[in-house]
Ligand binder design. Structure first.
Ligand code: MG
Length: 401
């Protein structure tokens, strides 16, 4: 038997070329020149993930056979005894994706070929249109349509919507305030306006970002039904998922959920009871390609499609991993896509490209993406105290961002 190729070193690369702090894992193998990259980006707690990899996973994984992805994933998940948390899941994902990258490089195949092969040449993407007014949102949607995009998420004034005459109590602390009732009125008005302006052909999406009380989420999903959204995202918080039954019973607005999920219990019920239409985990947050592959197959049996989370706090390596899954699984729905900068493309050669609303891979072995470490090092991660996640209701009480 040939000698196994083993994990020789695991390095964590932290970089911040834009707003988001990114965490990339590089696994170096015993085979000279053979390495893999994986995304472990939990941008708000980036240093905790880096430490989990360097101090906990690395000592435990050095010397292991790189081909044993399944064994390494399962043992990494149970080895710390406490499991299914965002820090550990992201750390495991960095290793998992890097091992898939290595396996693909050894086989001379892109990861989608290891999974079963391409089912489509490119993946539909959706992009984000926001604006300070409904007219501005409609203008931004039109601009995207002209660039060839057919799926467009519409938001007004960020996730909180627009406030109108919010009255705060005396001595109210600083924070990102919003009024959920204003939100419902403003967003409904904006979606009606955009649909009337841009016509029926373009697919519109909207993300509630778990900002509403459950009964108001039911009401909003009903109210928006006539505007034929492609999907309504995160209508409820993970803590309130039982309420999906009520939305389902009230209307046929397609529903998407999953970016905050950590634990298989969170997605199992929604898929089995067909309470949602699109499952959209953040693949590093759920532990990497290995569990995402399993969920994609599971969801397909129930007619639930995928729409993996893909904003700017998914690293370019994570986007490359998303795309490998998108190209393979039959129940792919749509891929969320950010607008990478020229610097992103320079630091991450091989970062997928969009043409006419489709995301394309380069068909290189593995994930098909590289990192220019010297350039990445010029953009170190900053110490940030996030402000947009310090969200408050009109009376000043903290709420979900
Ligand atoms: Mg979202």
């Amino acid at each position: 038997m040939p000698k196994a190729i083993t994990i020789e070193d695991i390095r964590v690369i932290l970089t911040q070329p834009g707003k988001s702090r990114l965490c990339i894992v590089k696994i170096i193998t015993s085979e000279p020149g053979l390495y893999g990259l994986g995304c472990a980006t939990f941008t708000q707690r980036i240093f905790a993930v880096a430490t989990a990899i360097e101090r906990h996973l690395k000592p435990f994984l050095l010397g292991r056979d790189v081909e044993r992805i399944e064994e390494i994933w399962r043992m990494s998940m149970v080895h710390g005894y406490w499991r299914n948390g965002p820090v550990l899941n992201n750390a495991i994902s960095g290793v998992d994706q890097a091992l898939w990258d290595i396996k693909g490089k050894r086989a001379g195949m892109p990861v989608c070929d290891l999974l079963g092969g391409k089912l489509r040449e490119g993946a539909h993407v959706y992009v984000h249109a926001d604006g300070g007014s409904k007219e501005e949102v409609a203008d931004n949607v039109r601009a995207y349509i002209e660039q060839g995009f057919r799926f467009i998420r519409v938001q007004l004034g960020g996730y909180g919507g627009q406030g109108s005459g919010m009255v705060k109590p005396k001595n109210a602390p600083a924070g990102a305030y919003f009024d959920p009732r204003d939100y419902c009125r403003n967003m409904l008005d904006m979606i009606a306006h955009v649909r009337a302006e841009v016509g029926a052909e373009v697919e519109l999406l909207h993300d509630i970002h778990e900002r509403l009380a459950p009964i108001h989420a039911v009401e909003f999903a009903k109210d928006v039904e006539g505007f034929k959204l492609f999907f309504l995202e995160d209508a409820l918080a993970p803590e309130d998922i039982d309420w999906f039954r009520h939305i389902r019973g009230a209307c046929a607005t397609p529903l998407a959920m999953g970016e905050l999920f950590n634990n298989p219990q969170e997605w199992q019920l929604l898929i089995q009871e067909r309470l949602i239409d699109f499952i959209r985990m953040h693949i590093s947050q759920m532990g990497g390609i290995t569990p995402a592959r399993n969920v994609a197959i599971f969801a397909d049996l129930y007619g639930v499609r995928t729409a993996w989370h893909g904003p700017s706090d998914t690293s370019p390596v994570g986007h490359a991993a998303n795309l490998q899954l998108d190209l393979w699984h039959p129940n792919f729905g749509v891929q969320e896509w950010y607008q990478p900068s020229a610097l992103d493309y320079a630091i991450f050669p091989g970062l997928p490209i969009v043409e006419d609303g489709y995301l394309y891979a380069n068909d290189q072995p593995g994930l098909g993406i590289e990192i220019d470490e010297a350039l990445a090092a010029k953009y170190p991660c900053q110490d940030i105290v996030e402000e947009w996640t310090q969200t408050r209701l009109p009376d000043g009480s903290p709420t979900r961002p």
